[in-house]
Design a protein around this ligand. Structure first.
Ligand code: R7I
Ligand code: MG
Ligand code: MG
Length: 307
């Protein structure tokens, strides 16, 4: 594959934001209801272009990694708080954690209290992980370590963290040009129930499955294990950014997040140029809009090249 690495970096971040904005107007909708809004897959137009918490938090992850030239938990938590705009639709757990940190709890401890002391296994850590996936694409162990640490700020449950690590590693493999052989590599990396989920992805890719079977078997929910494997499936099944992301959203459920995660993997694999221009143009601009997101990708690339 002959794609510019810098374009894969910017593609991962813009791809994630585009998937988020495209899925946002139909978040929580059934498959049928998504279809009634967007119509058949093929030539979807972006409805609003406004991104949600998925992208707002991804921006915080990128800003902090850039400013600190690596992971700094207290600073990343601070970035989340600075960027926080409640109208972007945060999950209840993440809202609560950010409130606790603002009130003085440490970034490491605040998330531990959630869900009766179990910590959250929501997909909120995986949805924002693209900057980690690109910056650490060539070192799986460091990637897992930073994915876990960045997750800890809001998601203390091992399944929330491992979902983020799996999403980050999918992005890393995409940067390296692995698509046909992505699944065996992911299976060698994955822990916990994600291994079984990846076996299911492999089986489903073997046949031309109906959408409702995909939804039942992989899930389209807000838990990391009901959404990260679904994004991986969408990437593996299709050959273009547009087809994979539209398919992921067409399933319904947590559409902005599954759209964002599919968009991040696709953008990392195909590069920024492969993202439909009409979607990028519609993505919101402004202080932290599409130009800014692209710039974050450029800066992460610069850090990677000149550590
Ligand atoms: O993961 P999180 O930040 O939410 C992200 C979602 C995305 O769809 C965004 O687009 C936005 O809409 O929100 O927020 P959390 O509240 O930590 O997790 C999401 C949900 O997962 C929770 O509200 C719970 O319903 C569920 N959940 C759990 N349920 C039981 N036990 C997460 N962890 C647990 C748990 O341990
Ligand atoms: Mg969202
Ligand atoms: Mg969502």
């Amino acid at each position: 594959m002959d794609i510019d690495l810098e374009s894969q970096f910017t593609g991962a971040l813009i791809g994630s934001a585009v998937g988020d904005a495209l899925g946002a107007p139909v978040e929580g909708y059934s498959r049928e209801k998504v279809n009634s809004v967007y119509g058949a897959r093929g030539d979807w137009e972006m409805k609003s272009g406004r991104y949600t918490d998925d992208t707002e938090m991804m921006i915080g992850v990128a800003e902090s990694l850039i400013e600190n030239r690596g992971f700094n938990g207290a600073d990343m938590a601070h970035k989340f708080i600075l960027n926080y705009d409640v109208s972007r639709g945060y999950g209840p757990g993440s809202k609560e954690v950010l409130r606790r940190i603002r009130a003085g709890e440490s970034w490491e401890a605040a998330s531990e209290q959630l869900f009766f002391g179990e910590g959250s296994y929501g997909n909120g850590a995986a949805m924002r992980i693209a900057p980690v996936g690109i910056l650490y694409f060539d070192n799986a162990e460091v990637l897992r370590e930073i994915a876990y640490k960045s997750s800890q700020i809001t998601h203390a449950h091992v399944l929330g963290k491992e979902g983020a690590a799996l999403q980050a590693y999918s992005i890393a493999l995409a940067v390296q040009g692995h698509k046909e052989d992505m699944l065996p590599r992911l299976k060698a990396f994955a822990k916990e129930i994600y291994n079984e989920k990846l076996n299911t992805v492999e089986r489903l890719l073997g046949g031309d499955m109906e959408e409702k079977e995909i939804i039942t078997e992989l899930g389209t929910g807000v838990a990391a294990f009901d959404s990260v494997p679904t994004a991986i499936y969408a990437f593996c099944r299709f050959d273009t950014f547009e087809d994979a992301v539209a398919y992921a959203i067409s399933l319904g459920g947590d559409t902005d997040t599954i759209g964002a995660m599919t968009g991040a993997i696709c953008g990392a694999f195909y590069g920024e140029e492969a993202i439909p221009g009409r979607w990028i143009e519609k993505l919101e601009e402004g202080e932290k809009g599409r130009s800014y997101i692209k710039k974050l990708g450029n800066e992460l690339y610069r850090i990677k090249m000149h550590p």
